[in-house]
Design a protein around this ligand. Sequence first.
Ligand SMILES: NC(=O)c1ccc[n+]([C@@H]2O[C@H](COP(=O)([O-])OP(=O)(O)OC[C@H]3O[C@@H](n4cnc5c(N)ncnc54)[C@H](OP(=O)(O)O)[C@@H]3O)[C@@H](O)[C@H]2O)c1
Length: 202
Amino acid sequence: MKIGILGAGIVAQTIAKHVLPFGHQITLSNSRGPDSLAELVKELGPGAIAGTPQQATQQDLVVLAVNWPSVQAALFVVPNWKGRLLVDATNRVAGYTPLTLGDISGRTSSEIVADLAPGAKVVKAFNSVPMSWISDFSSSKPRTVLFLSGDDNDAKRSVAELVEQVGLTAVDLGSLAVGGRLQQLGGPLAGIRLTFTERFAL
Ligand SMILES: NC(=O)c1ccc[n+]([C@@H]2O[C@H](COP(=O)([O-])OP(=O)(O)OC[C@H]3O[C@@H](n4cnc5c(N)ncnc54)[C@H](OP(=O)(O)O)[C@@H]3O)[C@@H](O)[C@H]2O)c1
């Protein structure tokens, strides 16, 4: 799969390290241009590419991995999101000192993201676990639960397949309105760290 990421920080790099060993191609981007990412993609190794945000959004699957105040600017690089698969990994942190949350007027943060990317098939994923919790990239890593939500079942299936392929366990929580609320920052499943030590077959 060709994956593009809006962002090249902690989330982008963690996802890259999970998917690269499986032969996926990943284009990272930031607001400063591809040259600023040359060293990073060299470190990540074959399959990692430094691109512009526009190039990142032309891939099969696009991950939104910027901080909340940059969401609108990052999404506006695409004039038409129609039919594109967009994974929303963001949390609505407006500031860290002190911790303040962005206003979402009673909706879920991924519904706001979906409004800013009209026509995109938005799947919320990767937001609810600290990246340090899924930073074991060995093949013997514990199977960690990764929640996802969205309104398009095919899109959720594609993301779930990728998540399962890299050794995590995808749990579908439902729509952006219902599941998104459970897994978003402040929701009951945000920050929950679940791993399987053993799987039981019925
Ligand atoms: N860290 C975690 O453990 C974690 C876990 C789950 C979810 N999250 C959420 O995931 C999002 C990203 O977190 P992070 O920790 O990866 O943040 P980060 O390390 O600060 O990375 C943010 C990245 O976004 C880039 N960026 C800024 N504006 C951009 C734009 N307009 N277009 C493209 N890229 C742009 C930044 O690069 P430049 O500034 O150089 O442009 C940077 O590479 C946040 O919403 C966070 O709440 C974080």
